[in-house]
Ligand binder design. Structure first.
Ligand code: ATP
Length: 306
């Protein structure tokens, strides 16, 4: 019996690994809508994380050679700090996060983590240290608990609940008739963009990666949701090296550095205060967004008083 049990166990293990692998790959490609373009080098090593410092050095990249997207981008995200990238739509902000996650390889320059070029390490080890909160989280057709536990499959129920708490989604879940056992996804309960993002944050809290990429949704959120998400993000990014692809200015105000990307180059960089004082592109983006938020809130007040 023992002899038979081992191979069966082994087959079960292989099956689960394959299934998990396929789910991961499908999941990632769904999230980012990209194809597999890169493979590990034959002598690829495991990435060794010391402090989790990221450096982009003279990074150049184009999806189509005729249309360069990044034309020599250099910046660092020091260990434990938060750098936010802002800029007009199509400027290449999300492209930076895809290059860090190595969905594509840079064409010139390099991206390193603790001095190791991301092209020299295994993709598995690279991705295991990066937590990605994408623009639009794909949910599995399973329970909400399963969807959160995906961040670390060995997490206990109590840990799943604590992560939901920190991600500011626990109250919402407890109000569901089936609570954490509620089915979500295409064939279950449809969650809003803000709710899905908080599920992604809860997953990331469980994964507890040293490096975090937050790719914010472009869609507008109401002020309360935005504040809840901000509170969740503050918890998850504390003491983690964080790259934020920012669309909402509430996320960038406290960043250690803001990079303003435009036409493939860094047009401005500095803290929120420095960039406002400078009165350039960032300052005008900021006043435009503030006006838009104020107008929206005024409209809401008028509607509410009707
Ligand atoms: P947004 O603020 O609208 O999200 P972004 O600054 O994040 O924009 P990216 O998603 O990085 O912009 O895209 C940069 C440019 O590259 C865009 O013009 C986009 O059309 C193009 N692009 C993005 N992905 C691909 C792809 N897979 N193949 C070809 N071109 C792409």
């Amino acid at each position: 019996l023992i002899q038979l049990a081992i191979p069966l166990n082994f087959i079960g293990f292989v099956y689960r690994e394959i299934r998990q692998g396929l789910t991961d790959i499908e999941h990632m490609f769904d999230l980012l809508d990209v194809r597999a373009e890169v493979v590990d080098r034959p002598n690829a090593k495991e990435l060794k994380i010391e402090r989790g410092a990221i450096a982009f050095k003279n990074v150049q990249f184009a999806y189509d050679p005729a249309r360069p997207i990044l034309k020599g981008i250099s910046f660092e995200v020091p260990a434990g700090k938060t750098v936010a990238v802002v800029g007009p739509s199509g400027a290449g902000k999300s492209t930076l996060s895809r290059l860090l996650y190595r969905f594509y390889d840079v064409q010139e320059g390099s991206i390193t983590i603790d001095g190791q070029d991301v092209r020299d390490v295994t993709q598995k080890s690279l991705r295991s240290v990066i937590g990605m909160v994408p623009q639009d989280t794909v949910l599995f057709n399973d329970t909400i608990a399963y969807n959160i536990r995906y961040g670390r499959v060995t997490a206990s129920d109590a840990e799943v609940e604590a992560a939901a708490e920190a991600a500011q989604i626990a109250d919402f879940i407890r109000d569901l008739p089936e609570g954490f056992r509620a089915m979500v996804g295409e064939r279950g309960l449809k969650l809003s963009g803000g709710e899905k993002q908080r599920v992604a944050i809860a997953r990331t809290i469980l994964k507890a990666p040293p490096i975090l990429i937050l790719d914010e949704a472009t869609s507008a959120l109401d002020t309360k949701t935005e504040q809840e998400i901000q509170a969740a993000l503050d918890i998850v990014s504390r003491n983690r090296t964080t790259l934020v692809i920012a669309h909402r200015l509430s996320t960038v105000i406290n960043a250690d550095e803001i990079i303003v990307l435009k036409d493939g180059v860094i047009a401005e960089r500095g803290t929120h205060g420095e960039l406002i004082d400078r009165g350039g592109l960032y300052a005008s983006m900021w006043s435009r967004q503030r006006e838009a938020t104020q107008a929206e809130e005024q409209l809401k007040r008028v509607r509410e008083s009707d």
